[in-house]
Design a protein around this ligand. Structure first.
Ligand SMILES: Nc1ncnc2c1ncn2[C@@H]1O[C@H](COP(=O)(O)OP(=O)(O)OP(=O)(O)O)[C@@H](O)[C@H]1O
Ligand SMILES: [Mg+2]
Length: 251
């Protein structure tokens, strides 16, 4: 069965791209077939996956009526990629003006992957909406800070609205605590609040603040390849394991 997972949070710098890239690498390490789609004009996931930005992006696919299936590239990290880049800013406009909403969902349907992971920009714009339409599940990376909880309610409401209108089968599948430093009292408090408010959604795996996760993109790869023994890499391998177990137990 195929799982299309959007990694979303309109707040910037919370670890969406780090999660998208390392989760893709971790799932690929378990021999599962993975496609990573970069839907962010920043193109960070593309470079971190060892690909060039602005090549074969969804903008070309939408504007030239191409098939995603013919545009997929192989990354050196053992999974496939549809890169992102600046021209996705034009895709945002194109989706709105030419009413191309839902094209991604349509195009992903015939693809044969166990996991399709979509990295989204820090905004609830047409690009993010397009991935929320297409996804069967959303994972929300979240930093345990004072304002963290405020942002996610609009994302959760958006997903619920789309669902109530039968526009998607997507649901929030999990909240992932990123860049965790439990020596920080506020982080500890917010983390406990999260467990209280969203007991079903919060993943047990904590992603620690770990410099290898931040360094890996400059080597055009994930921490899983760059330093598999690092705490960051181990945490994302554990996260992939938890995700698979949660899916298999039908949660
Ligand atoms: N667990 C971590 N430990 C240390 N550094 C991290 C960790 N996760 C992410 N970072 C670093 O924090 C910064 C922001 O992370 P990232 O780019 O993954 O966030 P994002 O949510 O995708 O950002 P944006 O909203 O701009 O797309 C990056 O420099 C990244 O390398
Ligand atoms: Mg990002």
């Amino acid at each position: 069965m195929k799982h299309v997972i959007a990694i979303a949070n309109q707040k910037g710098g919370v670890g969406k791209t780090t999660t998208a890239v390392n989760l893709s690498a971790a799932l690929a390490a378990t021999k599962r077939s993975v496609l990573l789609i970069d839907l962010d004009p920043q193109g960070n996931a593309s470079t971190a996956a060892g690909m060039k930005k602005n090549e074969n992006t969804l903008y070309e696919i939408y504007s030239q009526n191409l098939l995603i299936n013919d545009q997929i590239l192989k990354s050196p990290s053992g999974y496939d990629v549809v890169p992102g880049g600046e021209n996705l800013i034009a895709l945002e406009v194109l989706i709105r003006n030419e009413q191309k909403q839902g094209e991604l969902k349509k195009q992903l349907k015939p693809l044969n992957y166990e996991f399709i992971i979509i990295d989204t920009p820090p905004s609830l714009n047409q690009l993010t909406l397009e991935s929320l339409f297409a996804a069967s599940a959303t994972l929300i990376p979240l930093q345990c800070e004072y304002y963290s909880l405020e942002g996610i309610s609009s994302l959760i409401n958006t997903i619920n609205t789309l669902k109530n209108k039968n526009l998607t089968e997507n649901r929030v599948f999990g909240i992932i605590r990123t860049m965790v430093d439990m020596r920080n009292n506020l982080a500890k408090e917010v983390s406990e609040e999260l467990e209280k408010h969203f007991p079903e959604l919060v993943f047990n795996t904590l992603i620690p603040r770990n410099v290898k996760l931040a360094e890996a993109p400059s080597h055009k790869t994930s921490a899983i390849q760059y330093m598999p023994s690092s705490f960051g890499a181990k945490a994302y391998l554990a996260l992939a394991g938890e995700l698979i177990r949660r899916i298999e137990s039908g949660r």
